[in-house]
Design a protein around this ligand. Sequence first.
Ligand code: ATP
Ligand code: ZN
Length: 273
Amino acid sequence: MVRAATRTQAAPGIPLSNSAFETIIDAFHGCLTRMDPAGGDIWRTPPVVARALITEVGYGEYFPHLLGSVHVAAESGEISPTDLVLLPAGCYCIYPHYRGRTLMTPVDVGVEAICFRQESSHEVGRLRSFRMREFVHLDTELGCFGWRDEWLNRAEAWLSAIGLAPVRELASDPFFGAQRKVLAAMQRDQALKWELVVEVGPGIRQAVMSGNVHKTKFGDTFNITGPGGEAIHSACAAFGSDRLALALIHTHGPDPSAWPDTVRAQLILGGFA
Ligand code: ATP
Ligand code: ZN
């Protein structure tokens, strides 16, 4: 029996994982690739990203409490920030590649990212270092809402099929500062963010997927336009890989070879005898 497991390092929310745990993550990523109707390319990110990009998308302004930064010592010994920060989400790496372009047809791109957020990490599943698999879509407003809703439907059906009983909830991002309530209310009023929430530990419910539309935020920031010269809209479907694996282990146990056949078949978990 190979038990899938993680171990917490001295710093909370920074887990080590064993090979059985990684096999679950690989199986999950394989499912997502097969589920993606666009069949687009999937880019992998390093765990760091240009500070200038994260500033440009406003992350430092809206979520400074979550952002990690790379500092190093100069020859003098003085420690100062570098041009890099820790990547907080995968899709930020995608938009700048379309900077200044006019898109004649919708664009679909996948991205697999190692993310960092300075979370409290007091709960299982609320990590500081975690992996995120995202699909990104650039299109009209109608196209982006439709695409996002289709991903929510697809993901909900799939999560049900692997026994995780997802619940769809309207959500908002954890904005910082005095404006946080106003920004969150605006996001909810316009139904910009939905999450699929499952149980990841005893009595602990967390989102394993979010479906987001950004209106023209990234189109405006990077001057990306549609065929008529109007700013492009964008959407992303984001899955938390580590959280999903934790939810599966919580629901079906640490030994994937003992999981129900239907779940193993969905995940194509042939590797566990
Ligand atoms: P939450 O609702 O848990 O605070 P979020 O709204 O900040 O998450 P998104 O920015 O939508 O999350 O990220 C997409 C997905 O990445 C989430 O649905 C979740 O599965 C995963 N994720 C986000 N934050 C974490 C974290 N701290 N630890 C593990 N997975 C995470
Ligand atoms: Zn995103």
